[in-house]
Design a protein around this ligand. Structure first.
Ligand code: HDE
Length: 705
């Protein structure tokens, strides 16, 4: 009789031609009834050698009160495996969430590239996407102020293409040689082991204040872009210029952009901090729930295409990763869409072991001379060797190409393939069917002329560090500018050394004097510090409204969640109407009450409660409604969690829908009602307000920078 064990291995063909992983169930040839449980429909628990285990609860002991015996090989195998379950976490981007999906091309780039993934319209290419924070460890919270990594592995017919980007289109540094310094500066300080997942400390700002090229990125990380509401509501950018190469060998520069279907949405800083306490897995859980419910996250893939001649006319060097190309200068063309539609079966096997490398490209896509990109081409392959422990990491199912792959590389730790035959070299005459080069379809880089003197050089064209920082700041709405100033005040107020704070404010003076003034005043400085000397004059670039976040928020409730605070005695008709209106608008409704279980509504009906009040604060929602009897409102008025629920919703600029009891609770919370506190009878008005934040409220509740 045959029994199925649940182990999955990559399928490996004989000889040296391998194909990507398929789900393979290993059939265990059994010795008969030994591999059958009593009920017959469950596999028998075995050791890794296939030995059936009779007792998984007790180790082997000399007698009932005696020592455990070294002889217990079953105990030793189990504990040894457990002892080695963890692998080194990523040095950066350790905390991440991944999902499977597909890319569908809607517009061919055939004129520019031979890459099939970008030329075969309608073709669906499977992919795996991992979105991450940068600074924190793998167990850190989802919502610190941080850049989000946005890495996509396309399993194309011509090999794997990894587009390893971030949710911000520029980077801190211009040259890869500075990356270890940057990362050491932002990570927890080495003597004390804190802070975890935070840039608000001395070493980070010390390094930044001495690295003027980081000023543009500083504007982005201090903006609300680093506080996403959901992983489904962020953009992704390949950052560097890449090259597309067509059949004639001509190349065109390209920048890649991912655009979320749900639009952009961020939280406020105070909200993000509280979310971390309420649910440190906030983003991972939200993505899991969305995919599980069939509400698949979707992004458009757009490109900016430009020639060398056009690049020569830009007021900056596009090979400098601290610069972006404004959409107003080179418009975006949407060429396809990505849908994430399958959660991994196993977090470790897939999300943890997935290994992205920017050097993984396909024929028709090539690199540019961006010195940051050039360094990355080395780093990723190298880091996987220590992280996954073997040069065979490409054989792990999530990393293996789904197209056939074949070469003469052999052996190494954890080799899973069993190539047959005596030939493991090329050229050869002994194995006519062994893999050979393919001059027509094989990868060729763009043919470039390189001239000039060798040296450790920073191009002159990389010396303007402030113009795009200024352009970014001035392009923001007044609300966003205020958040940016507050973020700088918060971060720098955590810096112990005054000279670092002063150096930073000095840099801000080159970006915008008013910003420097606001931050200096927030930091209690009596006068503005000296601005550093600049290597290049600050240019007045055209404003780019496309850089705003508020401008990219969508007027929708899709993908959003609304919390409805109720209690025994709440009005059933109001609840029903609110529930239906919210669901019709595409948002999720969660009912919150002082106790989990069911609430008995005024008409005697029972309503299932989704969240207990103290454990489900209003930071979990985009807007709230409060529907209470006057008795319940009086009772909840004495509950700190209820008061906080209301105050936070108000302070985080959310719409609050209220009936009479809700209004009473709002009053007890000491809140002066404004246009964002809406009678729940006026449902259309509430739904419209719930789609956005009450920006106008902010000035009345926060006066400091
Ligand atoms: Fe990375 N980066 N990086 N990076 N990066 C890593 O590779 C590195 C940079 C990015 O979900 C590491 O597998 C260098 C820019 C993402 O698995 C490592 C430099 C951008 C991820 C590494 C950069 C990124 C990483 C750590 C400067 C945006 C997570 C673990 C030259 C375009 C991928 C790993 C995942 C991960 C090196 C700068 C994006 C050490 C040397 C710029 C999304 O290899």
């Amino acid at each position: 009789m045959m029994t199925k064990a649940k182990t999955e291995v990559p399928s490996v063909k004989s000889k040296s031609t391998q194909s990507g992983p398929e789900e393979v169930t290993v059939s265990v040839a059994s010795g008969g009834e030994w591999h059958q449980t009593a009920s017959g429909d469950q596999p028998v628990l075995t050791t890794n050698q296939g030995l059936p285990i009779s007792d998984n609860q007790n180790s082997l002991r000399a007698n009932p009160s005696g020592p455990t015996l070294l002889e217990d090989f079953i105990l030793r195998e189990k504990i040894t495996h457990f002892d080695h379950e963890r692998i080194p976490e990523r040095i950066v981007h350790a905390r991440g969430t991944g999902a499977h999906g597909f890319f569908e091309l809607t517009q061919s780039l055939e004129k520019y590239t031979t890459a099939k993934v970008l030329t075969e319209v309608g073709e669906q290419t499977p992919l795996f996407t991992r979105i991450s924070t940068v600074a924190g460890g793998s167990g850190s919270a989802d919502t610190p102020r941080d850049v989000r990594g946005f890495a996509v592995k396309f399993y194309t017919k011509e090999g794997n293409w990894d587009l390893v980007g971030n949710n911000i289109p520029v980077f801190f540094i211009q040259d890869a040689i500075k990356f270890p310094d940057l990362v050491h500066a932002v990570k927890m300080e080495p003597d004390r082991g804190f802070p975890q997942a935070a840039s608000a400390h001395d070493t980070f700002w010390d390094f930044i204040s001495l690295t003027p090229e980081s000023m543009h990125m500083v504007m982005w990380i201090m903006s609300d872009r680093t506080l996403p509401r959901s992983l489904r509501m962020i953009e992704g950018f390949g950052i560097h210029s890449f090259r597309l190469v067509n059949a004639a060998g001509e190349s065109t520069f390209v920048k890649f952009h991912w655009r979320p279907k749900l639009g952009l949405q961020s939280t406020l800083w105070n909200e993000a901090v509280k979310i971390a306490g309420a649910d440190s897995d906030f983003h991972r859980r939200e993505l899991f729930e969305a995919i599980s419910a069939g509400d698949f996250p979707e992004w458009d893939l757009a490109v900016q295409l430009f020639s060398q001649e056009e690049a020569d006319g830009f007021p900056f060097d596009h090979l400098d990763a601290t610069k972006l190309i404004p959409e107003e200068l080179v418009p975006l063309q949407v060429i396809g869409r990505m849908v994430l539609n399958r959660w991994p079966d196993n977090f470790f096997a897939e999300t943890e072991q997935v290994s992205f490398c920017p050097s993984h490209v396909v024929p028709g896509i090539d690199f540019s001379n961006d010195p940051l990109l050039q360094g990355r081409l080395f780093s990723y392959q190298d880091t996987q060797l220590s992280r996954l422990g073997s040069s065979n990491f490409h054989q792990i199912p999530v990393n293996a190409p789904k197209c056939p792959f074949a070469n003469h590389q052999r052996d190494g730790h954890m080799q899973m393939a069993q190539p047959a035959g005596r030939v493991s070299y090329e050229p050869n005459t002994l194995a006519a069917d062994s893999p050979r080069e393919q001059p027509e379809r094989g990868f060729r880089g763009a043919a470039m002329d390189e001239t000039g003197a060798k040296g450790r050089i920073r191009a002159e064209s990389f010396s303007d560090h402030y113009s795009q920082a200024r352009q970014f700041y001035l392009s923001q709405s007044p609300y966003e500018q205020a958040h940016l100033a507050s973020a700088l005040v918060f971060e720098l107020s955590k810096v112990e050394h005054p000279h670092i704070r002063e150096a930073m404010v000095g840099h801000l003076r080159h970006i915008e004097e008013d910003l420097a003034q606001r931050v200096a005043s927030g930091l209690g400085m009596s006068e503005l510090p000296q601005a550093p000397t600049t290597a290049a004059a600050v240019q007045e670039l055209d404003l780019s409204p496309a850089l705003q976040l508020i401008g990219k928020m969508k007027d929708t409730l899709e993908g959003r969640a609304i919390g409805v605070l109720i209690a025994d005695g709440s009005d059933a008709a109001s609840i029903d109407a609110v529930n239906q209106a919210i669901a019709a608008a595409g948002a999720k409704v969660k009912f919150i009450a002082a106790k989990i279980g069911e609430a008995k509504l005024a008409n005697g009906s029972l309503l299932k409660i989704d969240g207990q009040l103290a454990g489900t604060p209003s930071v979990m929602f985009d807007a709230v409604a409060i529907i209470l009897s006057s008795e319940a409102a009086a009772l909840l008025g004495r509950e700190a969690a209820a008061i906080e629920f209301v105050r936070d919703a108000f302070g985080h600029l959310k719409a609050i829908g209220v009936d009479k009891g809700g209004e009473a609770l709002v009053k007890t919370a000491g809140i002066e009602q404004d246009a964002g506190v809406i009678a729940i009878g006026n449902l259309d008005h509430f739904i419209a307000a719930a789609k956005t934040r009450q920006w106008g409220r902010e000035a009345s509740i926060r006066t400091l920078a």
